[in-house]
Design a protein around this ligand. Sequence first.
Ligand code: HPA
Length: 272
Amino acid sequence: MHEIKHINEALTYIESLTAVKPTIGIILGSGLGPFADTIEDAIHIPYNDIPHFAKSGAVGHANELVIGTIGGKQIVAMKGRFHYYEGFPLDEVTFPVRVMKALGVEKLIITNACGAVNVDFNPGDLMLITDHINLTANNPLMGPNNPDLGVRFLDVSEVYSKRLRGIVKDVATAQNVTLREGVYAWWTGPTYETPAEIRMIRGFGADAVGMSTVPEALIARHAGIETVGISCLTNMACGILDQPLSHDEVIETAERVKATFLKLVAEIVERF
Ligand code: HPA
């Protein structure tokens, strides 16, 4: 359970460094880190300096909050996130979302890199998350519930806001970007899935599979933050093509799509 005292200590520290009051939050997945460089008048706060943030270290991530403005909108970006597969408890994975809420965030954009389970999709496609499947048998809200943070038994019929999804689709259409829509399945990692697991996941009704996003989205929903999730499908999931998966392929595809993804997200921020 997140402690209000801890959230407030993190908040006080951040507010001592900036007068910006962000209403939009964004979690930058693999390859999208450069989005943080487009934030104007930005201050960079290493996670390691923020009270009660976990101490992180995923390779290739900067691990800092970046707070500033984009087109007049006040925004907080997470450059780098905490993953469950790194061994962080879900309270630590999701603590930054509570701090975003305390900062004043009302709308959250969660991005990630993931594998395409739907065989009609292609590596390099972007996918708007319509819903998710939690395959991990863990939940960030397990344990005691503080009613000041949200309800005990959370309705999750619309974790990803239909209203905001409409705006994202409009922006994609205006930019002539192909935006798939589908269900994201959360896999603990750090291993990728086996071919048999991918067949199971497809049978369950998922279109994509990845190792993040769901815990943050659940806490955002609990906190009353309107959320959208956008995935970069970096590879066909295991067993679809007759080739092994590699992290290099994930990084390469994320790089290839980066410019399109960055432009899409920039306009989404302006429209939110
Ligand atoms: N599976 C799980 N996570 C991923 C994948 C995948 O195929 N690609 C990128 N992240």
